[in-house]
Ligand binder design. Structure first.
Ligand code: GLY
Length: 331
């Protein structure tokens, strides 16, 4: 039988900040001993993002430290990864679907619950910027496919070939053995989700991805779905997800985590509960990757993931920290 171990957040966020209290407890899902929770006494402003996207949180911090809004911070922060051609899971340079087309998903949400999203958009390097335009310039929340692309051109975005030579070569290799079957590939889900609180205490979030590599044409995951890949309630906090989008959609994961925080859970407790609900519905599945990060109104952060070595990035005025989060190991 599989044994699951959740190695949770470790230690202090950074020198000078309060350390995580290590209280003996048992993980209710795994029965493994674990530290109680990550109660990171972060200062505000703050930006956090999924994975080790240090340049992205640094950019968000630049915006926040100049007095910018959390909305601008998350927008500009995630754009760093959309523009990073070496990142094959987000934006320009992302891996294509099984037909060789790069299709991108993104959404953004502000302190007033305004939100915008684009789904399966092609030929546009910064889907998060189009999502923001949807939010600010249209009466709608979501635009999909050709309609989203057309809207982007109307807003002045340039047509861009998003398929890099590297991603093209890998896709051609994949085709040789894949028999054109879409797969749930756990290694290709390094979606960037980012949450920030600005100097006014207002929360915003953004999430952007190229989605599952070699997916079926038209497949959309959780990342552009408000409530699944991202949710912000400025009275409570925000959450965002990475991993197999189908599973996050099934549980409306980010909304769930914000609601759990509303009910009194810490961000860490809420993320753990969200992941465990997904695991509980997937006991038969061997390998899949799901992770959430969350922040509450006080600037406390949390993260939990079923993936070895999952990290998330925090940036506060005390520094830029890579926080190891819960991970799942088979034995
Ligand atoms: N979480 C990204 C996706 O499943 O598309």
């Amino acid at each position: 039988m599989q044994r699951r171990k959740f190695l949770k957040n470790s230690g202090a966020l950074t020198a000078g900040m309060l350390t995580t209290p290590i209280i003996a407890a048992t993980d209710t899902y795994t029965n493994n001993p674990k530290p109680r929770t990550n109660v990171s006494k972060a200062t505000i402003p703050i930006a956090i993002c999924t994975w080790d996207f240090g340049n992205a949180t640094a950019k968000a911090w630049e915006v926040l430290s100049l007095g910018g809004s959390s909305l601008d911070a998350v927008h500009q922060g995630v754009m760093v990864e959309e523009n990073n051609l070496d990142n094959q899971t987000v934006g320009n340079g992302g891996r294509p679907d099984r037909d060789g087309n790069v299709t991108l998903d993104a959404c953004i949400m502000d302190k007033d619950a305004n939100c915008g999203a684009v789904l399966a958009i092609q030929n546009i390097a910064n889907p998060i910027s189009v999502a923001r335009k949807v939010m600010e310039e249209t009466p709608h929340v979501m635009l999909v496919g050709k309609g989203a692309e057309q809207f982007a051109y109307e807003q002045g975005f340039e047509k861009t070939n998003l398929l890099t030579e590297k991603s093209k070569k890998e896709w051609e290799e994949w085709k040789k053995t894949s028999q054109y079957k879409p797969i749930i590939n756990i290694e290709n889900h390094d979606t960037i989700g980012m949450l920030a609180i600005d100097k006014n205490g207002d929360i915003a979030g953004a999430c952007t991805t190229s989605g599952m590599a070699y997916k079926m044409a038209g497949r959309v995951g959780d990342s552009p779905i408000i409530g699944a890949g991202l949710f912000v309630d400025n009275e409570v906090g925000g959450a965002t997800a990475t991993g197999v989008g189908e599973e996050v959609v099934r549980t409306v994961g980010s909304f769930l985590i914000v609601e759990l925080m509303r009910q009194g859970k810490s961000p860490q407790e809420a993320c753990e509960e969200g992941v465990k609900r997904i695991i509980a519905k997937n006991k038969d599945k061997q390998d899949f990757q799901i992770g959430f990060i969350a922040i509450n109104k006080q600037g406390e952060t949390g993260a939990y993931c079923i993936h070895p070595g999952f990290t998330y990035r925090t940036y506060t005025d005390e520094g830029h920290v890579n926080n190891p989060s819960g991970s799942y190991l088979k034995s």
